[in-house]
Design a protein around this ligand. Structure first.
Ligand SMILES: O=c1ccn([C@H]2C[C@H](O)[C@@H](COP(=O)(O)OP(=O)(O)OP(=O)(O)O)O2)c(=O)[nH]1
Length: 162
């Protein structure tokens, strides 16, 4: 069973009332990165390729705090600290307005016990402007049984400023 947005909101911070939806909580865009170097997925481990943060405004376009993204693939970091409670699994979907603008957010499984500011793959199929802090995704929780909790390399990621 999927939980209500009000339930999910207790595990996401910060949140405003605008972010709480009937079936989940909207996540906002914090930072956009561009990958520069190849990564590696091995049988025993993995390496994430070097990346650089996109500039927030380009010279010819002056809206502050806005990303101007040409076609391409980017890593988007969400603005919220996310916790997946015991007995649950999380899924992130793109906000439909992103999809309707020819962009897509690809995501993976959010494990029970994970805590951090996670990331998603932002695919831009048509140039788009996205303001920093704008809602781009929605996180939902489904009840799920599990034996262990998440204890991988991304545990506690991107929480330095908390
Ligand atoms: O779209 C997603 C999906 C998941 N996560 C977070 C939550 C999840 O619990 C964690 C680890 O995901 P996964 O288990 O898929 O990572 P992995 O590649 O198997 O690495 P590790 O074994 O170090 O966990 O990353 C994201 O940030 N974005």
């Amino acid at each position: 069973m999927f939980r209500s947005g009000a339930f999910v909101a207790d595990y996401i911070s910060p949140t405003t009332d605008d972010q709480v939806q009937p079936n989940g909580v909207d996540l906002t865009l914090d930072v956009v990165f561009e990958q520069l170097e190849p990564g590696r997925i091995g049988r025993d481990g993995k390496q994430i390729g070097d990346r650089v943060a996109r500039p927030l405004e380009e010279l010819e376009r002056k809206d502050p705090d806005t990303y101007y993204l040409p076609r391409g693939a980017y890593i988007a970091r969400y603005g919220e600290r996310i916790e997946i409670p015991d007995g649950h699994v999380g899924f992130v979907y793109p906000r439909s307005s992103l999809m309707r603008n020819s962009c897509m957010l690809n995501t993976a499984v959010w494990d029970a016990g994970y805590e951090g500011r996670g990331e998603g793959l932002l695919q831009v199929h048509h140039d788009i402007e996205i303001e920093r802090g704008a809602r781009i995704a929605q996180l939902v929780f489904a009840e799920a049984s599990h034996e262990d909790v998440y204890d991988g390399s991304y545990q506690g990621e991107n929480l330095e400023n908390d």
